[in-house]
Design a protein around this ligand. Structure first.
Ligand SMILES: Cc1ncc(COP(=O)(O)O)c(C=O)c1O
Length: 396
């Protein structure tokens, strides 16, 4: 029987052997074999299966993973509709894995100006030391991207929407260009997750998700997922294997547990966010909301064209001559925690200082504008609105 992804997330990875609704946490460095012959045969089969991207039942050493991480890989592969999924210890490790698997000295990486700050550092600082040139393009202009493609461009790297600034790009045009020019393409899809957008199915070669965020959903575990196309699978496997990336069985288990309710949480984050935005859009103190909600906006049109939903992370721009009053607004919120790593069940708020955005060439705030990032959690939206209402009055 063909099942929807919502049902699949509830029914996958049951452990019928141990009569348990969830898979066992298999912690192992040593993996036992019955004989040297069995070990050698298994290693031969492993290499054959790995080279063909086939499912692995168990590895020959713990660094490859255990039954628990294999179970998670299977779930994510189905969710992503990808060729294979690699697991990493953090989301940022998945960013590094994607870039380092593809780029080599002499190459250029064409990257949107709006990426997550540590991603900017990897490219600008680390890659630079290895003679890999970073070329920044304007996320608001496909023509700018197109004009910067050279014979050396090896990878187009997109984060959609932009980190903190929430620009939406024309993903279809980017993927078509990459294919035409035989350039690899990567996207950081953490905001939407593969529940709302499936990059590999769409045509990207590498799809990064910080599983720390919505896949975990409970703000208590860090992990990353890199889904890949067949085209890049061997390159990524090689780099993954020799650089020691791995996700622990305990963390893999927690991500599986989070994924059981991914669909419910994503739908609710979206619903709550729309309710909060309906209220926020009427507040004079909020000059702009960075979220695809206005049907006439370019962002909405680009989002609607490619995504089946939107998550709970957004930006707001407020205007004030008194920065401390904006701080007071955030400090006074009761339901919003002040902290990073969104995607958990509760609401969060941070003030985006320029240093947190990294160097931006195409995003500027005007005088007295302040950019705040809100994560709308799963609380009762009426309470979230009341909390914002109560604190907004502090902005002077
Ligand atoms: C868009 C995006 N990608 C990747 C990461 C890195 O994920 P992690 O914190 O799991 O290393 C983050 C973290 O905030 C992020 O916002």
């Amino acid at each position: 029987m063909k099942k929807s992804i919502k049902t699949f997330l509830k029914h996958s990875s049951k452990d019928y052997l141990n009569r348990s609704a969830n898979p066992a946490v298999v912690r192992a460095s040593t993996i036992y074999f019955k004989s040297i012959q069995e070990m050698q045969q298994h290693q031969k089969n492993l290499l054959k299966n790995i080279s063909k991207g086939k499912e692995i039942a168990f590895y020959d050493y713990g660094r490859g993973g255990s039954q628990t991480s294999i179970a998670l890989q299977k779930i994510l592969n189905e969710l992503e509709q990808s060729y294979h999924v690699f697991l990493t210890q953090t989301g940022f490790a998945a960013v590094a894995l994607a870039i380092m698997s593809i780029c080599r000295p002499g190459d250029e990486i064409l990257i949107s100006d709006c990426v997550y700050r540590p991603t900017q550092k990897i490219t600008n600082q680390l890659l630079n030391e290895f003679n890999i040139k970073t070329v920044w393009y304007n996320p608001n202009s496909f023509d700018d991207l197109k004009s910067k493609v050279t014979k050396k461009t090896k990878l187009i790297y997109v984060e959609n929407p932009g980190s903190n600034s929430f620009e939406f790009q024309d993903l279809g045009k980017i993927v078509n260009l990459a294919k035409k020019k035989k350039i690899f393409s990567a996207i950081d899809n953490t905001w939407a997750t593969a529940y709302f957008f499936k990059p590999i199915k769409f045509g990207f070669d590498l799809s990064i998700t910080s599983a720390t965020k919505y896949y975990s959903g409970h703000s208590d575990v860090m992990a990353g997922s890199l889904a890949v196309s067949k085209k890049v699978y061997k390159k990524v496997w090689w780099y993954y294997h020799i650089s020691g990336y791995r996700l622990s069985a305990d963390d893999a288990y927690l991500i599986i547990r989070g994924l059981r309710t991914l669909d419910l949480r994503m739908e609710k984050h979206q619903k709550n966010t729309m309710e909060v935005i309906k209220w926020m859009s009427k507040q004079k103190k909020i000059a702009k909301i960075l979220y695809p909600y206005k049907t006439s906006s370019k962002e909405y049109k680009l989002w609607k064209k490619y995504y089946s939903g939107a998550s709970g992370l957004l930006g707001i721009i407020v205007k004030s001559k008194i920065k401390s009053s904006v701080y007071k607004f955030i400090n006074s919120l009761e339901l919003f925690g002040i902290g990073y790593s969104w995607g958990g069940y509760s609401s969060l708020a941070v003030y985006n200082h320029e240093t947190e955005m990294g160097k931006r060439r195409y995003f500027k705030l005007s005088k007295n504008q302040h950019l705040l990032r809100l994560h709308i959690g799963l609380e009762d939206p009426k309470d979230i609105i009341n909390d914002l209402k109560r604190s907004l009055r502090f902005i002077k």
